[in-house]
Design a protein around this ligand. Structure first.
Ligand SMILES: C[S@@+](CC[C@H](N)C(=O)[O-])C[C@H]1O[C@@H](n2cnc3c(N)ncnc32)[C@H](O)[C@@H]1O
Length: 248
């Protein structure tokens, strides 16, 4: 997959997208990331990229000219162009799975009060928010989305790092994880995980996934129940957890 990132602060990306799993994906050629400094395309003498908002109000707005010129130079027509914005649709795992199917993604990172609306109307195909809060720029949000998308690309995660069991993929949060030693400062790993009985381990994990989802994200449980034909086993676990909740 090719990813182009339009930003005023390309340096912010170098460490994050050069290390660990994403760094290895780039080395393997699975991910090809291009950083584009919007300021390089400003046509005025001082390379200014922002100006006061029409109608007054606080802050500055990113001007259309440098962004239009940058997008024209990269032949962006026909690609998904994603503007990171608190006004966008809230990002979730399903969106990461869908975006990972694209051959090329272009990310536009805003700053100040954001970009001139004409950029959005003319170029942007998707506006994505990473949550209901306002950050200073679109760089961190773009890194969040790129990281989540990149791990969905075939070959990025090793075989031992499957995302199938991870939080959100199946609609639930993931069960608790433990590693060696089996006892640490008197704190023990649940016996079932040491039993070698795969059926019991599977059951325990499902129960724990349902339990933690019910506790922390009841909204997800409702969606899970709507979307899926629950097995008898799952229904029993949910009923027991509900009784437990009521009793508490
Ligand atoms: C200070 S914000 C602008 C906020 C804008 N004036 C508003 O009220 O909606 C500057 C830039 O940060 C990015 N940004 C801030 N919060 C974000 C979020 N929750 N998700 C995605 N991008 C965000 C966007 O690119 C935005 O253009």
């Amino acid at each position: 997959m090719r990813i182009d990132i339009l930003t005023l602060f390309p340096e912010m990306f170098r460490a994050t997208l050069g290390e660990s799993i994403i760094g290895r994906a780039r080395e393997k050629g699975i991910l090809d990331i291009h950083l584009v400094n919007i300021r390089d395309y400003a046509q005025n003498k001082h390379k200014q990229v922002d100006d006061y908002p029409y109608g007054g109000g606080a802050g500055m707005v990113m001007q259309p000219q440098p962004i239009f010129s940058a997008l024209e130079a990269m032949e962006a027509q026909g690609c998904k162009i994603i503007y990171m914005s608190p006004k966008g649709k809230t990002f979730h795992q399903g969106m990461a799975v869908e975006l990972a199917k694209e051959e090329r993604l272009i990310f536009l990172c805003g700053h100040y009060e954001g970009v001139d609306q004409r950029v959005i109307d003319y170029w942007v195909t998707d506006e994505i928010s990473i949550g209901d809060y306002v950050l200073t720029g679109g760089e961190l949000p773009a890194m969040v989305v790129i990281d989540a998308v990149a791990r969905m690309l075939p070959g990025v995660l090793g075989q031992a790092e499957s995302f199938m069991d991870e939080s959100f993929y199946s609609g639930l949060l993931e069960y608790p994880q433990y590693t060696r030693p089996s006892e640490f400062r008197g704190l023990k790993v649940p016996d079932v995980l040491l039993s070698g009985n795969h059926k019991l381990i599977e059951q325990w994990r499902k129960e724990e996934a349902l339990r933690i989802t019910m506790k922390n994200r009841p909204d997800l449980i409702i969606k899970y129940m709507e979307k899926k034909d629950l097995s008898k086993e799952e229904r029993k676990i949910i009923e027991a957890l509900e009784k437990d909740c009521i009793a508490k």
